[in-house]
Design a protein around this ligand. Structure first.
Ligand code: SF4
Length: 414
């Protein structure tokens, strides 16, 4: 792709607000870590952040730090430090790069925000996404001598039943005594309802933002959304995040009105299934741009849509929202879900990312691409790689395969 091609794209203005919000998020955490107030809770990315926020904690998300280690391409150098203390190179590379970062005292937070990791007062996980998060947080709990509490979620769930929701809601309620003890604050149900209402507002806006990708041409791509989603992860439940997503949505709708394409001359519309390759986000974005192919939707970015949040029944709503997630569900649900994505986004093909160290977010290993090809008539391509460990990713092979895949789409259209 020529430099001229690259510059055709108009930037998304709201990205500036996104960056400011992320900077504010880390500045607040740094101040709290230095002064000891408010208390800091570490939380998994789809953990009970609303409860933590409502109880006065600032919330830090190690997975977000993992993604920063990936996108700054620091991860591969840091992973061996975690391997050396017994954490296998085959387990989650967010975990290994994050623990390696701590052991080596090297973090992108230093360069970006002049801060170190904010020390946790409590660590709270939800195994809805994987078991790795529990082991990851357990390591830090031992290191910092901080309390560790969590929610254990069923996996491979088909229809979400009342019994699932009741069990999860009870587990979320059971966190409260520890959180009260650490925060020194009594639980306030009204405050939780307010926080859940704000989180619901963010999640609805985030859904609307992603659904702008259904426009033809699409005003955004998966690669944009991976950046724009930051506040939906780290700041859901806050007013600032709501205002940011209102701004973003208005801008994207204006772009749709002006037929302003994220990929000039959009020829093909693709779905990304699986984790991003964080260290190659930009390169892949440029590759698809050059191929005039828009990656217009993804499972990954949709994972922060929590439709079931309910301010009137905050525990049950959180329980349902966090168990309805794609990653928690069985293959029948997942295949129906991708079929619905095809209906909405009118796709030409699916790219599966087989991430070496994240089997939980990899859906290409048990015949799903073949079943969906047969059911939807949609061609697919699986690329081998990883979210953070670039030693598992061959740039040359991936580029060749993606180019050949798009060429095949073009041939099939003739
Ligand atoms: S879902 Fe995958 S990437 Fe996320 S924490 Fe678990 S193993 Fe790591």
């Amino acid at each position: 792709m020529t430099e001229a091609d690259k510059t055709k794209r108009k930037p998304i203005e709201a990205t500036k607000t996104c960056r400011r919000l992320m900077a504010d998020h880390f500045r607040e955490l740094d101040e709290a870590a230095r002064s000891g107030a408010p208390k800091i809770a570490w939380c998994t990315s789809v953990g009970p952040a609303e409860l933590l926020r409502a109880m006065g904690f600032l919330v830090y998300f190690p997975e977000n730090h993992g993604a920063m280690l990936g996108s700054t391409r620091m991860a591969a150098d840091l992973i061996p430090a975690a391997n050396a203390i017994g954490y296998s190179p085959d387990i989650c590379s967010y975990l290994t790069s994050d623990i390696g970062s701590y052991l080596r005292g090297e973090t992108p937070l230093k360069t970006a925000y002049g801060m170190d990791l904010p020390r946790p007062d409590v660590l709270v996980y939800n195994t809805n996404q994987c078991r790795d998060v529990q082991d990851w947080f357990a390591w830090y709990a031992r290191e910092f001598q901080a309390p560790l509490v969590g929610i254990h979620t069923q996996r491979g769930v088909g229809p979400v039943m009342k019994s699932h929701v009741e069990d999860q809601a009870a587990q979320i309620r059971a966190l409260i005594p520890t959180l009260e003890e650490v925060s020194g604050r009594k639980f306030d149900l009204d405050r939780l309802k307010e926080t859940v209402a704000e989180s619901l507002a963010v999640t609805r806006l985030w859904r609307a933002v992603l659904e702008c990708g259904a426009a033809r041409p699409s005003p955004l791509t998966f690669f944009d959304a991976c950046i724009l989603m930051g506040p939906a992860v780290v700041a859901r439940g806050t007013r600032e995040a709501t205002v940011y997503y209102e701004q973003l949505l208005a801008e994207l709708r204006e772009k749709i009105g002006n037929r302003e394409a994220a990929v000039e001359g959009e020829r093909f519309r693709l779905y990304w299934e699986g984790m991003p390759v964080w260290g190659r986000l930009r390169a892949l974005s440029d590759l698809f741009l050059g191929l005039k192919s828009g990656v217009v939707a993804s499972t990954y970015c949709n994972s922060w849509i929590f439709d079931a949040l309910d301010p009137d029944q905050p525990f049950e709503g959180m329980a349902r929202a966090y168990i309805e997630l794609f990653i928690v569900r069985n293959d029948d649900f997942k295949e129906d879900y991708i079929a619905r994505m095809h209906d909405l986004y009118k796709l030409d093909g699916i790219i599966y990312h087989d991430a070496k160290t994240c089997p939980n977010n990899t859906n290409s290993r048990y015949g799903m691409p073949q079943r969906l090809e047969e059911r939807l008539g949609l061609p697919s391509l699986t690329i081998n790689g990883d979210l953070n460990d670039l030693r598992c990713y061959s740039e040359e092979q991936s580029v060749t395969n993606i180019e050949a895949f798009v060429e095949q789409l073009a041939d099939d259209r003739v």
